[in-house]
Design a protein around this ligand. Structure first.
Ligand SMILES: NC(=O)c1ccc[n+]([C@@H]2O[C@H](COP(=O)([O-])OP(=O)(O)OC[C@H]3O[C@@H](n4cnc5c(N)ncnc54)[C@H](OP(=O)(O)O)[C@@H]3O)[C@@H](O)[C@H]2O)c1
Length: 328
């Protein structure tokens, strides 16, 4: 193993310019971990929240971070070494996963040529896609998977249910659309008009451009709202849900849960977590051709700053990827 590697770190919180491409020591895998030669990593909102010190978050939920930190929880790469006691993977296996999430001080450290990962956070990379696409899956794919099938007793999606996905073209949204379609739901995707073709290609039954059409005036009788946008006006969706419907909120928002309860609407929210077994299930769906990964843009690791600038411009379609190894 090399003694040093290139990585991107934050030494002082700030904008994209806070990301420094530099040479640092190569990590070593501990018990139950593997060392992964990262071929591609992926951006997720927590990367820029951490980069800026969670400054836009209410103080009571702001994590205390130590510097320097290496962002990046999503990786796809090849096992370069195994730590003590590891039998699940061997050197040379192609793997992908959401590494040590939630966790920031001891997070995934994916913006680097090498990182370590607990074996139960990883699965074998899907064989039918390259590392660039595979790196786009972990956090966004697991979020959709866990919010649909794992976290809540109140969410039991049945064939024929009507699902509204707000922020449908984004990282999490485009996986919600596809997983709900796989379950036989009738899916309404809400996004800006530029994403209409992309979302029709992923199988949405109806597309609504929120910049020209008021969702709350047009839609009724929805069983499940998966809202990846949140914000102070989340409650505007209450009229679109039927009695017995569920609002599943991926981000912070004001949903007026008491008013929702009066209307017979349940409100749930939660937190995505690393899970290698569920990554394996996502890999199976990808290799079966039932889930596709949307790639918004690809930047070399050294240009992580430019990738964050792209993220700041918003309107992301699928995932922004950092290419770390040649030919990934
Ligand atoms: N709870 C959890 O465990 C968890 C896990 C993952 C992510 N999250 C949170 O979920 C949120 C979404 O994450 P992401 O990775 O999917 O972000 P993303 O890739 O940036 O996607 C957000 C999408 O929302 C669309 N959008 C923006 N304003 C909108 C509006 N007013 N109405 C409808 N669509 C709008 C954007 O494009 P257009 O405007 O062009 O349509 C974009 O495609 C983030 O806040 C993230 O922190 C939470």
């Amino acid at each position: 193993m090399p003694k040093t590697m290139m990585a991107v770190r934050v030494h002082a919180f700030g904008g994209p310019e806070a990301l420094v491409y530099e040479e640092i020591p190569c990590p070593e895998p501990g018990p139950g971990e593997v060392l992964v030669r990262v071929h591609a990593a992926c951006l997720n909102p927590p990367d820029w929240y951490a980069r800026s010190g969670f400054m836009d978050f209410p103080e009571e939920i702001r994590p205390t971070l130590s510097l320097p930190l290496t962002p990046g929880s999503d990786i796809s790469g090849v096992v370069a070494a195994v730590g003590p006691g590891v039998t699940e993977f061997a050197e040379g296996d192609a793997v992908f996963g959401l590494v040590r999430f939630p966790g920031f001080n001891d997070g995934g450290r994916g913006y680097a040529e090498y990182t370590t990962a607990p074996v139960d956070h990883l699965a074998r990379k899907p064989a039918t896609i390259d590392h660039v696409h595979a790196a786009g899956v972990p956090m966004a794919g697991l979020t959709a998977y866990q919010f649909l099938f794992d976290l809540f007793d109140d969410v039991r999606l049945e064939p024929g249910d009507t699902v509204l996905v707000n922020g449908a073209a984004g990282g999490v949204g485009h996986f919600f659309v596809q997983l709900a379609k796989n379950r036989g739901a009738h899916v309404i995707g809400v996004a800006s008009g530029r994403h209409e073709e992309f979302l029709l290609g992923l199988g949405v039954d109806e597309f609504i451009d929120y910049t020209t059409t008021s969702v709350e005036e047009k839609v009724r009788d929805v069983d499940y709202l998966f809202d990846t946008v949140g914000g102070p006006h989340g409650h505007r969706f209450l009229p679109v849900l039927k009695r017995g419907g569920v609002i599943s909120a991926v981000f912070l928002g004001e949903y007026r849960p008491e008013r929702a309860a009066e209307l017979g609407i349940t409100f749930v929210t939660g937190q995505v977590r690393s899970n290698g077994a569920q990554m394996a299930e996502l890999a199976r769906l990808i290799d079966a051709g039932r889930v596709r990964v949307g790639v918004d843009s690809v930047f070399p690791l050294a240009d992580a700053r430019k990738a964050h600038e792209r993220a700041e411009r918003g309107h992301i379609r699928g995932k922004i990827i950092l290419s770390v190894a040649e030919g990934s």
